[in-house]
Design a binder for this molecule. Structure first.
Ligand code: SF4
Length: 888
């Protein structure tokens, strides 16, 4: 420690600290403009001049010394600070009244501190500042006449987001912040995350149409599974702003474009505001009483006539943990385990695969650890677009020296930062991973002591991986053998290596086998049960982890307690006062098949839109149409809700209390910022009221009571209370009120005891290209839209950034088909066809095309294949054969 004196006050700080940090510890204000605690020190604005040991130095850069005497308020320091600020103001269009940052401008605060008056500002302001604005981004504007060249935005883009979309351009007095291709912001590689404008100290970067909130409510982002903590800014009955919570261990205040700007859906005029009942073929407004009476009586009639297995429910990864708990409790109280949700379409193979080999099907490590990994292996995950804040962590890790391996058929943005990029053919992951294991074993890079002490079955995989030489894998995957060798060495030799994966691994007929092969790789190299490593399946939706945890799956109750276990059923039956059914339930895909066969007669769908999100959309519509009775509960009249007999209007995330569980198993509180719109109600209230109509007598008055019930029935949640969640959430397992939660799983031993190796052979995807359908279609997500678009497409700004589908096609294929940029094509598969514009890009390899599934006008899932993984029943959304025809 070092002791020094600032303005006569003694302070002790760590060696290597700066004078500015020491002053901040004492609560002494030193004006700064280019300094930001999140960023590297620049020392360019020179506003923070102080006297230290009688020399004038910049406080943000000058290191403390033992016995140093610092004066922040000496005449020389104050005069120099004022002079520097005056110089800055002569180059700044200081029309403060017209500035969008009015009241939040750091330059104004600094100017006030050094004694510059409004009159001084007017005097110093350049006489005719050149108009130099960039309005191309829908969410914020750039006014270069207000820019003071502090470089905060450039460092933010480089160091926080990692996009490096802006830099200093030109020289001398023409120096300016420009995009890397000197285009408008909207035409650059800017990701519109808004991190730069949160830190800009002047009005050079400012939100468009900004309204100051009158209060803020702390909650969790409603989009992806990262689970960023946010403050919703409220004005009257509207959300007007979002900012990140810098105290959150998950996102440290950082957000992506959807989290910061995609809140318009909450107050959108198309929100459902009253229950709807189909009468004479039309959905017409009804009272809650009528709607719930009708649902309860229809469920009862159908159950009486056709048995409880004729009922099925799809719960929602968008709704709270408590709501998902009540949903599965209701379906089971009605006598059926036919309960599932969208995890079936994404990480069911993870749950099945990891539970088999490790004993727990969840992300093993934490988001925060990614930054410290020696090697990061990203496979089948477009992380920077689907989980943007985790993408920031990956880029930061690479800057800090981590090696990055990216395996993806599509050249995703992270591939540009990779040490090794493996552009494998779609569906050939097992061949690639087996070959990596082959190299590891051949070169003796496996962790023998870990294998011996913590695993079983290693010998079983050796005969299988023997034949997957890098050369053989090259034939199967298309990846050069030497790159497979390099990737294997980078992964195995790292002090810690983290695997990140998403649906590029799971949405295959071999999805569970893909997960098992990844687990083999991690087990063989000892990359489990330790920091900065692990198997990290990134969960897609905000609360898909919570919906799984709550037993919204046909085979398990809360905390993955098996339905097949009589003691588990007995425990829940006693608590619920009825008999929990023993019959195994069916998955989403099986529900639709059974609906088609009239074995399932009624469905209750909460917060899901399978017409757009599930494979073979025409078939899904036929199945829904075959039902006797369909209830959809949602915040908008989605394509699925349009087919319903009864529509129940739900409150959005901003209008209710509860919890979401993020991808790293962190249970976090969401809080009510607004009253529910119109007559809409939180989903938990709707389910409770419906349960009462069904005769179950539920009396929950608030979500906290539901969590208390969950706690008593779920060992991994036993220590989780709302009170304890106040401090940034808790990661399960949290088995007792004193337990701190579990950031890293399997530290001492695996949940099943020993980690289990599984021999896995490669098999081709179900539908391979042929003469009639010569292309492989893969689907995925865009940074600017989300899922079926029901929320993000209510934001004009997000639509301006990405508002329609573009089929990505390689230039060679486009040339062969005579296609030119933005041509309209018909994409045809064995199941359906859609029309879309094309985007000619070498992001996709020849023979492959890529589409998102965000746009109802181009319903991509009309094309996709419902053939599923035999174990997890997850459909092969990543591979189907299509042809492209030029359309008019
Ligand atoms: Fe929201 Fe995910 Fe973006 Fe975070 S990364 S702000 S959770 S969409």
């Amino acid at each position: 420690m070092v002791t020094l004196f600032i303005d006569d006050l003694e302070v002790q700080v760590e060696k290597g600290s700066t004078i500015l940090q020491a002053a901040q510890q004492l609560g002494i204000y030193i004006p700064t403009l280019c300094y930001h605690p999140d960023l590297s020190t620049f020392g360019g604005c020179r506003v923070c001049m102080v006297e230290a040991n009688r020399k004038l130095v910049t406080a943000c850069r000058a290191p403390v010394e033992q016995g140093m005497v610092v004066r922040t308020d000496s005449k020389a320091a104050r005069e120099l600070q004022r002079m520097v600020v005056e110089l800055i103001l002569t180059n700044h269009n200081g029309d403060c009244l017209a500035c969008k940052k009015n009241g939040e401008c750091q330059l104004q605060q600094v100017a006030n501190h050094v004694g510059i008056t409004r009159e001084d500002m007017d005097r110093l302001r350049p006489i005719a500042p050149p108009a130099d604005t960039d309005q191309s981004n829908p969410f914020f504007m750039v006014d270069r006449s207000r820019c003071i060249l502090c470089g905060v935005c450039i460092r933010t883009c480089e160091e926080i987001n990692g996009a490096a979309a802006i830099e200093f351009g030109f020289r001398g007095n023409r120096t300016a912040v420009v995009t890397s291709n000197n285009s408008g912001i909207a035409q650059s590689n800017c990701e519109s995350c808004g991190e730069c404008l949160e830190r800009c100290p002047t009005g050079a970067l400012a939100k468009k149409n900004y309204e100051r909130p009158t209060r803020e409510v702390k909650t969790i982002c409603p989009y992806c599974g990262v689970g960023c903590a946010i403050f919703l800014g409220v004005r009257g009955s509207r959300i007007v702003s979002v900012r990140g919570d810098s105290t959150s261990p998950v996102n440290r205040g950082q957000l992506c474009v959807k989290g910061r700007f995609g809140f318009h859906f909450v107050n959108h005029p198309n929100r459902l505001t009253s229950p709807l009942i189909r009468r004479d073929g039309q959905l017409r407004p009804a009272s809650w009483e009528e709607a719930l009476d009708l649902v309860a009586s229809k469920f009862s009639d159908i159950k009486t006539t056709h048995g409880p297995q004729s009922l099925a429910g799809i719960s929602s990864a968008r709704c709270t943990t408590e709501e998902n708990y009540l949903f599965q409790k209701l379906m089971r109280s009605l006598g059926t385990n036919n309960i599932d949700h969208c995890a079936r379409l994404c990480h069911a193979p993870t749950v099945a695969g990891l539970a088999t080999v490790l004993g727990s099907g969840a992300m093993t490590n934490t988001i925060g650890e990614i930054e410290g990994a020696g090697t990061i292996f990203v496979i089948g995950s477009n992380t920077s677009e689907t989980h943007p804040v985790i993408g920031y962590r990956v880029r930061k890790a690479v800057k800090k020296g981590a090696k990055l391996i990216v395996a993806d058929p599509r050249r995703i943005p992270l591939a540009d930062q990779a040490d090794v990029y493996l552009p494998l053919k779609p569906g050939t992951d097992i061949a690639l991973l087996n070959a990596m294991l082959h190299v590891i074993v051949k070169e003796g890079l496996q962790d023998q002591s870990f294998i011996q002490s913590r695993t079983e079955g290693f010998q079983d995989i050796l005969p299988v991986i023997e034949k997957y030489t890098p050369e053989f894998a090259e034939e199967l995957t298309g990846v050069p053998a030497e790159d497979i060798v390099r990737a294997a060495r980078l992964y195995a030799k790292a002090s810690s290596a983290a695997i990140l994966y998403t649906m590029g691994i799971t949405q295959h007929t071999c999805g569970t086998d893909n997960v098992l092969t990844l687990a083999n790789l991690a087990l063989a190299t000892g990359n489990l049960g330790k920091p900065h490593a692990g198997l990290n399946p990134l969960r897609g939706q905000n609360n898909v982890q919570g919906a799984c945890d709550m037993g919204c799956l046909p085979g398990v109750l809360t905390g993955y307690q098996p339905i097949a276990d009589a003691a588990v059923r007995e425990k829940f039956s006693r608590a619920w006062g009825l008999e929990v059914p023993a019959n195994p339930g069916v998955t989403i895909g099986e529900m639709f098949t059974r609906a088609h066969k009239k074995e399932i007669r009624a469905m209750y769908i909460m917060g899901e839109n399978p017409v757009l999100t599930d494979p073979n959309g025409n078939h899904i519509k036929e199945c829904l149409a075959a039902l006797d009775f369909l209830v959809v509960q949602d915040i908008f009249l989605t394509e699925t809700a349009e087919m319903a007999d009864v529509v129940l209007p739900a409150a959005s995330f901003a209008e209710k209390e509860g919890t979401f569980v993020n991808t790293e198993r962190r249970v976090q509180r969401i809080r009510q910022a607004l009253k529910p719109i119109g007559q809409s109600k939180p989903d938990w209230e709707i389910i409770r009221d419906l349960a009462q109509k069904c005769g179950f007598g539920w009396q929950y008055a608030a979500p906290v009571e539901i969590m208390d019930e969950i706690r008593t029935l779920t060992p991994s949640y036993a220590g989780i209370t709302y009170e304890r969640l106040e401090k940034g959430g808790l990661q399960w397992p949290c088995p007792s009120p004193e337990h701190p939660g579990t950031p890293i799983l399997h530290m001492e031993k695996f949940s099943r005891g020993l980690g289990k190796f599984s021999p896995v052979e490669f098999n081709s995807p179900d539908e391979m290209p042929d003469q009639e359908y010569p292309f492989v279609l893969s689907t995925g997500r865009s940074l600017f839209q989300y899922h079926s678009g029901s929320m993000t497409r209510k934001s004009e700004g997000l639509n301006l950034l990405h508002g329609e589908e573009y089929v990505e096609i390689n230039p060679k294929d486009a040339h062969a088909l005579g296609l030119t940029p933005l041509d309209l094509v018909k994409v045809v598969s064995r199941r359906g066809e859609v029309r879309s514009k094309i985007n000619i890009t070498d992001r996709v390899s020849p023979g492959n095309v890529f589409m998102t599934f965000h746009f109802s006008e181009t319903a991509t899932n009309l094309l996709t294949n419902e053939k599923a993984c035999q174990v997890a029943k997850t459909p092969e959304l990543k591979v189907c054969a299509v042809r492209l025809e030029k359309a008019n």
